[in-house]
Design a protein around this ligand. Structure first.
Ligand SMILES: [Fe+2]
Length: 372
């Protein structure tokens, strides 16, 4: 038995003007975004209320920041929340739609009914998180000292709108870290035990688009990324559709804890664990969906090699766009590795149960040592 759902309505548009023409924005709409996006793309075009993330602190979303935003909009008449930004903004936008919520804790601990009383439109400005088509919000829960993903079925957007113009000056690092996040979503879900033939279609296509374009970018330079921005947006959304139906695995489990402790953005955290996890899978069980994934990599990169060679070729390709950086360079200490792994096991079971093959504590420590 397979279960697969497709929500929300997806729009692909070229410009903000096209969005304005189609969505009838009005004074009871709240746009949640960043000031530089407002200045560059939105100013004078949208007749509505604005909330700026900059006014609440930058970076990955913590419950403390979200509580301040919830406090500021509590009790206001709001018809639609329109999130325009990276994963942080889109994830927070989802939480702002919950009826009568007065804190993140109330939502994450199910202390109130998780129902929505506002419409939700999500517009990504990176090409990686896929948040625009998922109902999950990932938040750094300060009390627990880790990031936690909360799935709220009510929080699928009414519309996910992909607007190429909003990525017309995406910085190199934002582009590479967000697109590798999308690649990892697609790879982790493709090999996951909860995968299914519907997910496979979206994952395979996302992997093919991203790797084939990475190959061009390695040869021609990252300035070429703007030629393919629509394709990367679409690939990210494809991976997001799969992500909306299941969860990732060990790469994300490691990254959630590491990113929270060392304040490293999500895509960058994931990039650090990608090869370690997949090389371990190839060592433990070079069969089944992992073999299929290796064949997709070989075909897309036009190489002929065995499963280990495939993942090494992938590692080599990605490292040309995202230079390798050891975890010790972020301040991880060797003596911390075991306690970090214990914390990952304790807090990220939601993800670890979706590993391609079960990984023991010793396997997780091995992976950490390789990337340390
Ligand atoms: Fe991710």
């Amino acid at each position: 038995m397979y279960r697969f759902q497709l929500r929300p309505v997806i729009y692909e548009l070229k410009t903000v003007d096209e969005f304005v023409a189609q969505f009838n924005i009005s004074a009871d709409d709240y746009v949640f975004t960043e000031k530089f996006l407002y200045e560059k793309y939105l100013k004078g075009k949208l007749d509505c209320q604005f909330l700026f993330q900059d006014d609440y602190g930058l970076g990955e979303p913590s419950d403390i920041i979200i509580d301040k935003i919830i406090h500021d909009i509590y009790g206001k008449e709001i018809k639609r929340i329109i999130g325009i930004g990276g994963g942080t903004i889109l994830d927070i936008s989802k939480l702002l739609c919950i009826k009568d919520a007065s804190s993140t804790e109330e939502i994450f601990e199910d202390q109130i009914p998780l129902v929505r009383d506002k419409e939700l439109i999500l517009i990504p400005t990176t090409c990686g998180t896929g948040c625009e088509v998922t109902c999950v919000s990932v938040v750094d829960i300060t009390k627990r000292k880790t990031k936690i993903g909360k799935r709220i079925e009510e929080n699928f957007a009414d519309a996910a709108v992909l607007i190429e113009e909003l990525l017309d000056s995406i910085p190199e690092k934002v582009f590479t870290y967000s697109s590798v996040d999308a690649l990892i979503h697609a790879m982790e879900i493709f090999v996951a035990p909860t995968g299914n033939p519907y997910n496979d279609v979206f994952c395979k296509s996302a992997i093919e688009i991203i790797l084939s374009r990475y190959k061009v970018l390695v040869e021609d330079g990252l300035d070429k990324r703007f030629d393919f921005i629509g394709e990367f947006l679409r690939a990210s959304t494809f991976a997001g559709i799969a992500l909306s139906n299941t969860v990732c695995g060990a790469v994300h489990a490691f990254a959630m804890h590491f990113g929270s402790v060392h304040h490293v953005p999500h895509g960058e955290s994931n990039a650090r664990f990608l090869s370690g996890v997949f090389n371990k899978y190839a060592e433990k069980s070079p069969t089944g969906k992992l073999l299929e994934l290796a064949e997709i990599i070989n075909k897309t990169l036009d190489i002929d090699t065995d499963i280990r060679g495939s993942f090494h070729a992938l590692e080599d390709l990605v490292s040309k766009l995202i230079p390798k950086k050891k975890l010790r360079e972020y301040g991880v200490k060797e003596e911390d590795i075991e306690s970090y792994v214990d914390k990952v096991i304790e807090s990220q079971q939601r993800l670890l149960i979706n590993n391609f093959v079960p990984l023991t504590k010793e396997d997780l420590i091995d992976i950490y040592r390789v990337v340390y």
